[in-house]
Design a protein around this ligand. Structure first.
Ligand code: ATP
Ligand code: MG
Ligand code: MG
Length: 380
């Protein structure tokens, strides 16, 4: 049939629906929440839990291929889907990436550098970690996102405190790296193993959440060697995972110029939202193409782009009163492309949408982005 399926009803699923539908597919979304951003965009919303075997079987019976929009889908659910349907990415790939410890071990095994780290699964583990990991960041091994489940720790005592706050759940302690900047490579790997990658985005985080991604139409010459290295690492990872679909590799660029992988997202990524307007084919279109076994699209940049995330904070004024952002003013800025996710309730720190601000040059995109940021009341 011409149905594609997705487990998860958030904004990534919603944008996947739009892209797949424009290629002529019908999309079925599995998510327990109704309404949800992807559910209302889908041709069919199966309202059920991610581990509901009956619902999973219904999804896989209907769809030629199924994907996910978040990394914490139970691996067992992906295995269940695979009984009837192609699952991209496969359960084994997602399982590796779901756990920061197996993720880091896997990346290291490919000869790609990661931050110095140690597992912290018990008080004894914590007593044994080397002093060189302080100051560090303690991260829960599973289920963390947007900086949740992370604590900066200066000392072993602080780490012990944070570990207790995380209820002694398995963690990884990473050394705090001297970052110069952060980039990410969004890429797609097709059923036949062919790979395409987008120009890396330069990412700025605030409070552990992505705030701004910047991409010039043409790679700056001084970054070319670094970006080649990042592409190579990302391809190695995709190949090593036997991956099918879209994935993102987040990198730290250290002050000495070296490149370290932070983490892998087994799905389209927030830092790849610029591809919706600035590239020939978006990351969501690539996901549909990969799932359907179609040729992958061009990743070429049509222009420069600054992507601004719109968090729920924008709905609150200085006095903490709720108000509607001035969309009309934003839309009056030429080359500002607004994407709202249709979430019912604005909460601080919640991703509500993003704006892609396009420019013939990066400076032009930045200038317009500054206007948009001012209108929304966000820092840029
Ligand atoms: P998401 O999945 O939403 O990207 P996350 O919760 O998985 O976020 P990370 O990507 O691990 O979080 O970390 C969030 C940000 O915190 C990083 O992008 C980086 O800015 C900072 N950070 C994380 N780990 C380190 C580290 N070892 N050294 C320095 N900075 C770090
Ligand atoms: Mg993450
Ligand atoms: Mg991250």
């Amino acid at each position: 049939g011409n149905w594609l399926g997705i487990v998860g009803g958030g904004q990534l699923g919603r944008m996947f629906c739009h892209a797949a539908q424009s290629l002529g597919y019908k999309v079925a979304v599995l998510d327990p929440a109704a309404p949800c951003p992807a559910g209302v965009a889908a041709d069919l919303h199966i309202q059920a839990g991610y581990d509901d075997v009956g619902a999973l079987d219904r999804l896989s019976a209907l769809c030629q291929a199924v994907t996910t929009e978040f990394e914490n889908v139970p691996a067992a659910s992906l295995e269940r889907l695979a009984l009837n349907s192609r699952v991209c990415p496969a359960a084994e790939a997602v399982a590796i990436v779901q756990d920061r410890l197996s993720e880091k071990a896997f990346i290291q095994g490919l000869g790609v550098p990661v931050a110095p780290h140690a597992p912290v699964c018990s008080a004894a583990d914590l007593a044994a970690v080397p002093n060189t990991l302080f100051p560090g960041i303690l991260k829960v091994a599973r289920m963390g996102y947007d900086g949740k489940g992370q604590a900066r720790v200066a000392t072993r005592e602080e780490a012990a405190q944070a570990f207790a706050e995380f209820k002694n759940t398995d963690c990884v302690l990473e050394a705090l790296m001297p970052l110069d900047f952060e980039i990410s490579v969004v890429m797609a790997r097709g059923l036949d193993g062919s790979c395409v990658a987008y120009a890396p985005a330069l990412n700025e985080h605030r409070d552990g959440i992505l705030a701004v991604s910047t991409v010039p139409q043409q790679t700056v010459e001084t970054q070319q060697a670094l970006y080649e290295q990042a592409f190579e690492a990302a391809m190695k990872i995709a190949q090593g995972l036997g991956y099918c679909g879209v994935l993102c590799v987040e990198f730290f660029v250290l002050q000495d110029g070296s490149l370290v992988v932070n983490e892998i997202a087994p799905r389209p990524h927030n830092s790849g939202h610029y591809t919706l307007n600035a590239c020939v084919s978006s990351q969501f279109e690539q996901q549909a193409r990969a799932m359907a076994g179609l040729p992958l699209g061009s990743t070429a940049n049509l222009c420069s782009c600054v992507m601004l995330n719109i968090l729920g904070d924008v709905w609150f004024d200085e006095a903490g009163m709720q108000r509607e952002p001035d969309w009309a003013a934003l839309l009056a800025v030429p080359n500002a492309k607004l994407h709202l996710y249709g979430k019912a309730e604005a909460r601080r720190g919640r991703k509500m949408g993003h704006v892609n601000v396009l420019g013939g040059t990066l400076d032009q995109a930045r200038e317009a982005a500054a206007r948009v940021a001012h209108i929304l009341g966000i820092r840029f």
